[in-house]
Each structure stands twice: as C-alpha cells, then as structure tokens.
Design a protein around this ligand. Structure first.
Ligand code: SF4
Ligand code: SF4
Length: 504
C-alpha cells in the first residue's frame, strides 16, 4: 500500500445535499404493530423458516436459519407472535413479492437471553465467523453480502489491508456519516474483531473530506484507544469527495493504487473491504451478543419535513417511517430506495425496511429520469464520466438492439451501475436502465442455456440408458436361448447314449 492517494478515471463531483439529514442525532423509529421480514435480505440463498404461525417469539430470537453456504440467519426484531409465513410485497425494482415471516408485536420488546463475549480472543477465527453468520450480519452499505464470508480469506490468500468504508459518496445519504459521529467506539470494537478474524495488521478507515465531524471524531476515538493491541496500525485516511469513490473497486484504487481484476474480488490483491455500519454491527454481535435486527436509515428529500437518520427495526413498514418524519406524500406516490444515483423507484405503501435499506428519498429525482429521452448525439460525455472506462454509448446501442453477445464483448458486466453516464447525458437517455436490462437478459439467457444443457444431458442419459437396457435384454435373451439349446443338446445326447446302451 502506498501513502499517496491514487485515482480512477471519470466520476463526478456532485452536490452532496447531506446537511438536511445531519441536523439532528440518530432517532429511534417507533415500534410497529406488525413487522414483515423477507427471507431474502442478503445476496445468496434465502433463509429457511424455523418458526410456524402461532409461535411466540422474543426480540433477537432466530426465526429462519441459513440455508446453504451463501446464507445467514434471520431474527425477530421484537417480541410478539408469528401471524403469517407467506408471499408479501418486498422492496424490489420489479415489484416482486417474496416469502416473508410476519410478526405481530406485543409492545413489550422483550429480549432473548443474549450471550456477550467479553474477550473475543477466546474464540477461534472460525468461531467468530460462525457467530457472525448466526447473528445475520450482512453488508449494510447496500449490497447485503454475508459478512462472515468476506472475513474468511481462505488458505490461499493473505490479507494485507482491511479497508473500512466510510466514504458514503452518494448525495443525500448520511447514515454512515452519523454512525461515525455517534458510535465511533462501536466501530472500533468491530475493527478489532475483524482484524483478529482476518489476521491482518493494517487497517484504514476511509472517509471523504466532506465529513469533517466524522473525521475528527473517528481520529479522536482512535487516539484514545491507541494503546489497544488490536487497533495498532489503524488509521483514518481522508480522501477527496468524488462520486463513486464509495464503490469497492474504485475505493481500493484510490487508497492503494491497486486495481481489482475485472472479474475478480479484492481478496485476490490482499484487500478486504467492509462498510462502517457493518463494522459497527459486527462489534455489537460479538461484544453484546446482539444479532442484526435493525439499521440506521436516512430519510430525506424536499418532501420530508423532519429529515434525519432513524434506527429502524427490520420489517417496519416504510410508510410508517415516512409518516414519522412528517413526509408530504400521497398514498402510492413513488419514492427512491437508496441514493439518487444508484437507488431505484418504489411506490408500494406496505414495503418493509430490510437490511440493505440505507436511504429513503422523497421529492428527489432519480439520476436516470423517466422522461422521454432525445436521440443520442454521440457527444461522448458518458464515456468521459465512466469510472470503469467503458463505452456507455456503444453499450446502449447493443443493449437496445438486444445484441447481448456484443454487450459482453464491451464488458457490460464490469459496469457498476453507478449512473454517472445517465447523469451527464445531454439527451437524458436512462443508460443505466438499459444496462440493468441487458444484464438481466443475459443472466436469464444463461439460465435458459443451463436448463437446456441439463435437459439435453438428461435426454442423452436416457437414450444411453435405454440402449444399455436393450443390449442387456438382448444379451439375456441370447444367454437364455444358448442355455435352452445347451439343455436340449444335452438331453438329445443323453437320449442317444441311452439308445446306444439298449442296442448293445
Ligand atoms: S452522453 Fe448521451 S448523447 Fe452523449 S454519447 Fe453518451 S449516450 Fe449519446
Ligand atoms: S453506469 Fe456503468 S457504464 Fe455508466 S458510468 Fe457507471 S460504470 Fe460506466
């Protein structure tokens, strides 16, 4: 790792619009009467229910287990009764529904018995990861990747640097900024545990220079704990504000000067990256035995009267959170989940807050507008803005023409969907929408190909089996006939020898 900061191509300097939601401290969202918990709140296989309708549950109790390797546990965010396990509307751009567990809360918010671990060094690294999996910890920066997997470098990789991502480069979103300002020591608790689990010496907490309060508080907290063995070689690194530096690969490039290979992952170059909110959750899970049952959600935008950051239990209906912030919004009116650049429009009124819901924006336009676009004028602005050095104009033509082969050739899957190209396009072409569509189409096609391959393989296996059975049958018939012929010949021989004996 170099001490000098590096850079990446393209990117944008955006108006942060962050002040609106940082004027008050983090507040708690009131307990909802009903919490709806999708079983798929992370990347990987959905969790599998371990409760049934009618069961009483306590706050923090496991209600669904990890199903397969890429999966985590899910917990009751409050005490109450399971009243349904069925398909419900979930926050997804396509308006999908998904299997959910619904809990009617009893208002008592009674915790299950927690098992805090005072000294994490009494655990093995494997035990730390297992506890984090059981605590349901996933990346809270928006991706939702199970954290225990990122804390397992495997035998073939040594981790050189742990990067704690406090960049939060999208406009409006401030949940990471506020957690650094108010819970710096909790973040340091998480860093200690992660450094231990990864056996890594060096850790950098990276913050953009538009968050002076967070920078100063994190530095001070580190200074106060500088004697702590597990925080040695940990430092705050301040970087210039530029979108999309918070994106993992761009951040790594800025901080280390290294590039993660196209289809690769950071561990391949000795880096592991975790978001500050995730880091805090890891600290709580081990030190206090608290599973992941809530997160901080930024609620802001021109139509939100009391914008701010809200500690919200998972499953809380978003419209209740919006009402709590005194939001001017008609029933069914769309809002953005996530930031204006990478977020997506939703319009449902009973969608639950999930592990990846970092921000709700009301009264803010999306970077990829829905208005009718003008024709492409081949200005090249999109290519200049692209932080991955792609050619968005060409990708747009191929995506429109559904020439998926060509989109692959032009590295569509390197696109991080940052929205920079859509943002700068003078013709207001929602480029990133086309890219998402082309990716989905490609993945669907691949699935179809895989299904067709499997079906063909099955058909071929069946033909081979039939052929084999036919040959076996023929062989059995041949053997039976031979046996019959042999018996007949033996009998004839015996009859002949008896006749011979009589004549003699
Ligand atoms: S920015 Fe828009 S108009 Fe310009 S080349 Fe790209 S797609 Fe075409
Ligand atoms: S959305 Fe994709 S193509 Fe457009 S600027 Fe971002 S990375 Fe480049």
């Amino acid at each position: 790792m170099t001490d000098e900061l590096s850079s990446f191509p393209g990117g944008l300097i955006l108006d942060g619009q962050k002040k609106r939601s940082t004027q008050t401290e983090i507040r708690k969202t009131p307990l909802s009467k009903k919490l709806t918990l999708p079983l798929q709140q992370h990347i990987g296989t959905p969790s599998a229910p371990i409760v049934k309708v009618g069961d009483k549950v306590l706050k923090g109790q496991k209600i669904a287990r990890a199903d397969g390797h890429l999966s985590v546990y899910l917990h009751a965010p409050s005490s109450g009764t399971v009243i349904a396990i069925d398909d419900q509307a979930i926050p997804h751009p396509s308006g999908l529904s998904g299997l959910c567990i619904t809990i009617e809360t009893d208002g008592k918010d009674t915790w299950i018995e927690r098992q805090p671990i005072e000294d994490f060094t009494t655990l093995t690294e494997h035990e730390v990861r297992q506890l984090l999996r059981e605590a349901g910890i996933v990346g809270l920066g928006g991706a939702g990747f199970p954290s225990f997997i990122k804390l397992n470098p495997g035998v073939h990789h040594a981790v050189e640097t742990l990067i704690i991502n406090g960049v939060e480069c999208e406009p409006y979103i401030t949940c990471d900024d506020m957690i650094m300002r108010e819970r710096a020591n909790g973040i340091l608790d998480g860093i200690q545990i992660m450094k231990y689990a990864l056996r890594v010496k060096r850790c950098v907490i990276v913050i953009e220079d538009n968050k002076p309060e967070a920078i100063s508080i994190m530095k001070q907290a580190l200074e106060e704990r500088k004697e702590c063995h597990h925080l040695k070689e940990t430092q705050v690194v301040v970087i210039p504000t530029r979108y999309p530096t918070g994106s993992e690969k761009q951040l790594i490039q800025v901080v280390t000067g290294k590039q993660v290979p196209g289809n690769g992952i950071p561990i391949e170059i000795g880096i592991v990256c975790h978001n500050v909110g995730t880091t805090y959750a890891i600290g709580r899970a081990i030190k206090y035995g608290e599973p992941l049952i809530s997160r901080i959600v930024t609620v802001t935008g021109t139509d939100v009267k009391h914008a701010g950051n809200f500690e919200t239990l998972f499953g809380t209906p978003m419209h209740e959170l919006l009402a709590f912030c005194d939001t001017h919004r008609e029933q069914g009116e769309p809002f953005i989940l996530g930031g204006p650049m990478m977020g997506y429009n939703l319009s449902g009124d009973h969608l639950p807050v999930t592990k990846t819901a970092n921000c709700i924006l009301v009264g803010v336009d999306n970077a990829a507008p829905d208005s009718t676009p003008l024709p492409c004028i081949r200005c090249g602005e999109c290519a200049t803005a692209c932080p991955v050095s792609l050619l968005p104009q060409q990708l747009y033509w191929f995506s429109r023409a559904k020439d998926l082969e060509k989109t692959r050739e032009y590295n569509l899957f390197d696109c991080i969907e940052c929205g920079c190209c859509s943002y700068v396009c003078p013709s207001k072409i929602p480029l990133v929408h086309y890219f998402r569509f082309a990716k989905t189409e490609t993945m669907n096609q691949e699935q179809e190909h895989q299904k067709a391959d499997i079906a063909r393989q099955r058909h071929e296996n069946r033909l081979t089996r039939h052929e084999l059975e036919k040959r076996e049958k023929e062989e059995r018939q041949r053997q039976r006939k031979a046996a019959l012929a042999a018996t007949k010949a033996a009998k004839e021989k015996e009859a002949l020898s008896q006749t011979d004996n009589q004549e003699n």
